[in-house]
Design a protein around this ligand. Structure first.
Ligand code: ASN
Ligand code: ZN
Length: 332
């Protein structure tokens, strides 16, 4: 038996936050009893198993510095909780499979490992500590990105190669941004950047940009025949770009203090419909229209079916949707 507790997390990227924890005897542990018993484990540089469940004599986790092993645990546990809350409260999906069952997180994977990943086989997500073990990949957007791989795997099942792989990656980036906005955390405000807190390039630039993906010098801005042979983290570019355009529209814009300037391949403007509607369309297409081998053309068709049902084909939303697909080179 474990009592439901509310702990305090002193995170590296998101300031002081509330964490779901449990109390067993005189010991607290990072088990989020109100979110499917999601647990967070310390691998302590190991690369297999679960290491040890974070636990301690008080319900305070981390001190904001990566030198305290609990800090990355606090960030990861917080990111998982936000992602759980986002899917439940915004889309009515309780847990990755929609069955109320939590996954688990593992932090301190390997030595100075610069990646994070979702695994279907453990139904868990795992985080390295980043360069010099000082930049753990545990920011809100990275956690939401990895957890969303679990959602995609249990819904459309987009195969992780070719165009479906790019759509799979974009889905993780899109909901990473969505969760970050949803979190409304003063230390990590919502943006259309991926990985802006973890300094993965060592010069303060983010891993990916959704307004103009080619700013990372690798991602594609527009669809073209043959994009399916590009790494999925770059063939995601057009879909990320589509989501930005549908949400915010083309041209220059500043959101939460970040400036964007989104181009269109046809040179025609796109009028944004707002992030909430764009997220709803993407989520419904993912969960009710797409399948494992959906490509960009199929993605367009699925979102059109969703938007037609939600808003009608004569609506401003439907027009913007068509314009945004055309703007990234996906015709109907
Ligand atoms: N962090 C990467 C991702 O989630 C790991 C991978 O390449 N699968 O996409
Ligand atoms: Zn990914």
């Amino acid at each position: 038996w474990q009592a439901i507790e509310t702990g305090v997390g002193n995170t590296q990227y998101s300031g002081q936050v509330t964490l779901g924890s449990a109390q067993s005897g005189s010991t607290y542990n990072l088990t989020d009893t109100t979110r499917g018993n999601h647990k967070t484990y310390n691998l302590n540089k190991g690369t297999s198993g679960t290491g040890t469940l974070f636990s301690g004599a008080d319900d305070v986790w981390g001190n904001g510095s990566p030198s305290d092993a609990e800090t990355a645990g606090a960030d990861a546990h917080y990111g998982a909780a936000l992602t759980w809350d986002y899917y439940k409260n915004v889309h009515g999906r309780t847990g990755i499979r929609g069955d109320g069952v939590g996954a688990y997180s593992r932090v301190h994977y390997g030595n100075a490992y610069v990646n994070a990943f979702w695994s279907d086989s453990c139904f868990c997500m795992t985080y390295g500590d980043g360069s010099a073990n000082a930049k753990p990949l545990t920011s809100i957007d990275v956690a939401a990105h990895e957890m969303t791989h679990g959602v995609t795997s249990n819904t459309a099942g987009l195969i992780y190669s070719g165009e479906s792989g790019g759509l799979n990656e974009a889905t993780s980036d899109i909901f990473a941004a969505a969760v970050e906005f949803y979190a409304n955390n003063a230390n990590d405000p919502g943006d259309y950047l991926v990985g802006e807190k973890i300094d993965i390039n060592g010069n303060g630039t983010p891993l990916r940009y959704m307004d103009k993906p080619s700013k990372d010098s690798r991602s594609k801005d527009y669809w073209y025949s043959g994009i399916g042979s590009v790494d999925v983290h770059y063939s995601s570019g057009p879909a990320n770009h589509f989501f930005y355009l549908l949400s915010e529209g083309s041209g220059a814009k500043t959101v939460n203090g970040v400036s964007y300037d989104s181009p269109t391949v046809d040179g025609l403007p796109v009028t944004g419909i707002g992030r909430d509607k764009a997220e709803l369309i993407w989520f419904k297409a993912l969960t009710t229209k797409w399948g494992s081998s959906t490509n960009y053309a199929g993605a367009r068709a699925g979102t059109e079916a969703v938007a037609a049902a939600l808003y009608g084909t004569a609506s401003a939303e439907y027009k913007s949707l068509q314009d945004a697909w055309a703007a990234i080179g996906v015709g109907d």
